[in-house]
Design a protein around this ligand. Structure first.
Ligand SMILES: *Cc1c(COP(=O)(O)O)cnc(C)c1O
Length: 967
């Protein structure tokens, strides 16, 4: 018999920490010796300014193992009650096809990918997004659609500002029809206020007489009305305005499209195409518009271009509209969008095809007609003559009585008015549902017979609006209808892409760390997935507990007093935070404070969000070490003292350094009556080590899709909580349409749903619950250690652009990321940072962040999750690439023809009989030995961005295009 270990050790609750952090103790010693630091403690003490180091550990519950954390979360999930929802109001029951659920939504090949800025390694998801854009264009009858918007309400708000930008009207009035979804109206009102837009509401028929620059209609309306918008749109046009239609895509399979009725812009949610309701998100919203407005559209747009071999290839189009280039003049602040839900929606259309979608829609419309007949037979009045999926029913009982009886029967209806309820059907509606609904109006009388109605069923769609135009005619929507083909199509796309399931993605500022499977598992539990965001509060008790705990933990991590999880991306958190600052100043009679100081190094979302909040951006300088230039900041604070609203900094800075004078900077701004916004996207360098709420920040947003493990999804979903100090808590976002913050000074809703992208919050909850305070702090310190290791290993080969200049630390001491300056190499060899980024693909890597925050550089963020072996593989690749550049410098290879300029190399190019290059095929494909065991092959050659923008094409590629490719 052998001695047993102590039980405490065998039950070690912190065992997940060692799974999340890729670096082992023995690795750490090696890494420290390369850096030249005595210990991790000594390294952190040298790098993180002592003035901001946190005195006490975070008060978080002790960590749990994966199994125990899941069990605890299951207990919380159990407090949610999943009733059958007939609420509608933009959220519907849907059946996620199993092949999509498992192979996309639950598949790391899809959910761990990054936004497709590196086109060559993102062809698969961009094809799916082009399918999404084609689907939206076809169904809405408009020429061009992006991918994607954050939710229907923000898409409507973006459409409002688009209409203002492109319209000729001088009016500042925006009209919203009174049957637009209430949460959409609220978000539009929030957006309108700081921009000086007046929102007028009234019956849709009054749109043309409102004197508005734009009008928003809902189709079908929230109460179910299906009206011919054509004449109303004509009236809006005649008055010089633009018409926006918020349309339901499933309804559009049967109804005349907004484009055919003359709409200028269509927006909406694609949730009912296979994404669970998830208490409000994440879902992909859409926007489509006329061709003439394409250069003014907000958000991402995928287009078709050609690669270096003349083959069709996708890439992000018209990026000069976006915040990362255009800053405060951008068409919107959207960065992270909703790519994963957009992929799900597009695949739902691929899976069902046009005939399948129409069958679903017909069934919904038929059930709605039968429901109406039965309800009328039972003596209740149906208020809408025409309907697709929604009825508004007037009843003899009070609304509260009907709703209560429904809840008792396990059904949720919508409260339409004091004397009527709304009932919305969907794909999941069955005959049993109809009988349960009839029972509510029967008062003991016998129920109508479903079969009797079924025979003579007449749809409630108006004849004049029945759709006659075709849609989804492209082969992709018509050829993957067996599960075998569908599975292989999904696999063929993900095989083209490089995600975290294959290699590290060292993107600086993006924090592409582990998204552990145990963190992901709960998001598709029915208790989280199948809840309607406007279900009664008692049914959402589990979500309320999750929200409360997560907010408390994030307060611990940031040092702030209050947090809202409503913003559904970092950009939206920025916007909400700036609105809070604005409301604070206004409440004190200092509404004149409208200047926002932003250092030149800031992320593009910062100035774009400031513009949306009605602030005037003043750019401040950075010094030679990458720090905010305090003298310049001081001068600008003094110059604008009376009008100073706030300063927006990022900490550690986007240059990857801990500025030592940050407390002084905050104090300076406060002296001038301004507030300090600290962009929290770099929290992965801070959690447990320093807290913005303690060192002088007043507001921050977090990116839960960076630091707190929500996967990037190929470009979303994200969660961007807004965190504030005590005196700003009263100005966190409300959601009055959901009864939150009514009668308080809070700012309006910034997202369609009260809890934003609620369904992905369990991921961050699991992460914190399994890591505990010590584990999170160890993660931060290891992220800093790993970045310094990479800097130390590469310091002899590349210029590390900014560092803390710490004596004895090789590489100079950086935060959790480091910038490699490639500009000197361009002079000596003609090789650009982009060439290195593309050459890394041949080595099996996603490039680091290219040309942000400094043009001509690469910013590397390894994160704590990458093992030493992978860090070394990356450093080896970068060193080997430096060797290749040396061969160009020495003239061995010409400047215009070398492995860097021709990268990435495709198999097709490598296998051609004719090999025109001065280097060998082996040098092209296998520059380091490890690639012979494992190799990622780029599916396309270098993609031509300029060609794509000159020849803009943003829909599915006709199959014939592949025949024309040059050899
Ligand atoms: C990622 C990032 C943002 C924007 O966050 P999104 O979720 O993409 O909107 C803002 N600031 C910085 C520094 C970032 O890295």
């Amino acid at each position: 018999m052998s001695a047993l270990k102590p039980l405490g050790e065998l039950e070690n609750a912190a065992e997940f920490v060692a799974r999340h952090i890729g670096i082992e103790d023995s690795d750490e010693r090696h890494m420290l010796s390369v850096i030249g630091a005595a210990s991790r403690r000594a390294l952190i003490d040298a790098i993180v300014p002592r003035a901001i180091a946190r005195p006490a550990p975070m008060a978080l519950p002790a960590p749990l193992t994966e199994a125990r954390a899941l069990a605890d979360l299951k207990r919380i999930a159990g407090k949610n009650r999943v009733l059958k929802s007939f609420i509608g109001q933009g959220y519907h029951g849907t059946l996620t096809p199993g092949v999509i659920l498992r192979n996309i939504l639950e598949n790391p090949a899809w959910y761990t990918a990054y936004t497709p800025y590196q086109a060559e390694i993102s062809q698969g998801r961009m094809e799916a997004l082009v399918n999404f854009q084609t689907m939206v264009c076809d169904l809405t009858g408009l020429a061009i659609a992006g991918s994607s918007m954050l939710d229907e309400a923000t898409a409507a708000a973006e459409a409002m500002t688009l209409a203002m930008r492109v319209g000729k009207s001088k009016s500042t009035v925006f009209f919203v029809a009174d049957d637009v979804l209430p949460q959409t109206l609220e978000v539009v009102q929030t957006r309108a206020r700081p921009l000086g837009i007046t929102v007028a509401t009234g019956p849709a028929e009054q749109a043309g007489t409102a004197g508005a620059f734009g009008a928003l209609f809902q189709y079908p309306g929230v109460g179910g009305a299906v009206r011919d918008l054509g004449p109303l749109i004509d009236a809006v046009h005649a008055a010089g305005g633009l018409a926006i239609v918020a349309a339901d895509l499933l309804a559009l399979t049967l109804l005349k499209s907004p484009g055919e009725m003359g709409a200028d812009i269509a927006v909406g949610n694609t949730q009912r195409f296979g994404m669970p309701m998830g208490n409000g998100g994440p879902h992909a919203a859409y926007m489509a518009t006329k061709d003439e407005h394409k250069r003014s559209m907000p958000g991402r747009l995928v287009g078709v271009s050609v690669d270096s071999h003349g083959n069709p290839a996708y890439r992000l189009a018209l990026q000069t509209r976006e915040q990362h280039i255009r800053r405060e003049k951008a068409t919107s602040n959207i960065c992270t969008a909703q790519v994963l839900p957009a992929v799900v929606a597009s695949m739902y259309a691929v899976y069902h095809g046009p005939a399948g979608l129409q069958r679903i829609a017909r069934r919904v419309a038929s059930y709605t007609a039968i429901l109406a007949e039965g309800v009328k037979g039972l003596g209740a009045k149906v208020l809408n003559a025409h309907a697709f999926d929604t009825l508004e029913v007037h009843t003899a009982d009070t609304t509260e009585q009907v709703l209560a009886a429904a809840r008792a029967a396990g059904l949720n209806l919508r409260r339409a008015s004091a004397a009527s309820v709304g009932i919305t059907l969907d794909e999941t509606t069955s005959r049993g549902c109809l009988e349960a609904l009839w029972t509510l109006f029967a008062h003991g009388r016998p129920l109508p017979s479903f079969d009797a109605f079924e025979k003579g069923i007449v749809s409630l769609l108006p004849d004049a609006l029945v759709r006659t135009s075709a849609y989804l005619t492209h082969p992709v929507f018509n050829m993957h209808h067996s599960e075998t083909e569908m599975l292989r199509y999904i696999r063929s796309l993900s095989d083209k892409d490089l995600a975290l399931d294959r290699s590290m993605i060292p993107l600086g500022s993006c924090t592409m760390k582990l998204n552990a499977t145990s963190e992901m598992i709960p998001i598709t539990w029915p208790e989280f997935a199948n809840l309607h965001p406007f279900a009664p509060a008692d049914q959402l008790a589990g979500y309320a507990e999750l929200d409360e705990q997560l907010r408390e933990w994030l307060c611990q991590a940031t040092g702030y007093a209050g947090i809202s999880l409503q913003p559904n991306a970092g950009s939206q958190g920025e916007y909400a935070g700036l609105l809070a600052i604005k409301a604070f100043h206004e409440a004190r009679g200092e509404g004149r404070r409208d200047i926002c100081l932003i250092p030149e190094s800031a992320h593009g979302t910062n100035p774009a969000s400031a513009q949306m909040a009605g602030l005037q951006v003043v750019v401040t300088k950075c010094d030679a070490d990458g720090n905010v230039d305090i003298d310049d900041l001081k001068a600008k604070c003094e110059q604008h003292s009376a009008r100073l609203s706030c300063v927006m900094i990022t900490y550690p800075s986007t240059y990857g350094v801990f500025e030592t004078r940050v407390k002084e900077l905050c104090a300076l701004v406060h002296q001038h009556g301004g507030r300090v916004y600290v962009d929290g996207a770099n929290m992965n360098a801070l959690v447990g080590v320093a807290a913005p709420g303690e060192f002088g920040g007043d507001v921050s947003h977090l990116n839960l899709h960076k630091t707190f493990c929500i996967p990037h999804g190929g470009g979303g979903p994200g969660v961007g909580p807004v965190c504030v100090v005590e005196d700003l808590v009263p100005y966190l976002p409300a959601h009055r349409a959901a009864g939150i913050g009514v009668g308080t000074p809070r700012v309006g809703a910034v997202s369609a749903a009260p809890l934003g992208n609620a369904a992905v919050l369990p991921i961050s909850w699991m992460y914190v619950r399994m890591m505990g305070a010590d584990g999170l702090k160890a993660a931060t310190e290891t992220a800093i250690l790993s970045a310094n290791y990479v800097a130390a290993r590469l310091a002899d080969h590349y210029d590390i652009h900014y560092s803390g200049n710490i004596a004895g630390v090789k590489g100079g001491g950086v935060a959790h990321e480091c910038i490699l300056d490639l500009r000197p190499l361009k002079d000596s060899s003609g090789v650009t940072a982009e060439d290195v980024a593309k050459r890394l693909i041949d080595y099996g890597f996603h490039a680091p962040t290219l040309s942000f925050p400094v043009a001509g550089t690469l910013m590397v963020e390894p994160t704590e999750s990458e093992p030493l072996k992978e860090l070394d593989r990356f450093c080896d690749a970068m060193i080997a690439i430096r060797g290749e550049i040396a061969k160009v410098e020495s003239g061995t290879w010409p400047r215009e023809d070398n492995p860097l300029k021709a990268a990435p190399h495709t198999t097709e190019a490598l296998l051609k009989a004719d090999w025109p290059h001065p280097y060998t095929r082996e040098e092209a494909a296998y520059p380091v030995k490890s690639l012979r065991q494992q190799k990622y092959w780029s599916p396309v050659g270098r993609v031509d961005n300029v060609y794509g923008d000159r020849n803009l094409f943003c829909s599915c590629v006709p199959l014939s295009a592949y025949d024309n490719a040059q050899d």
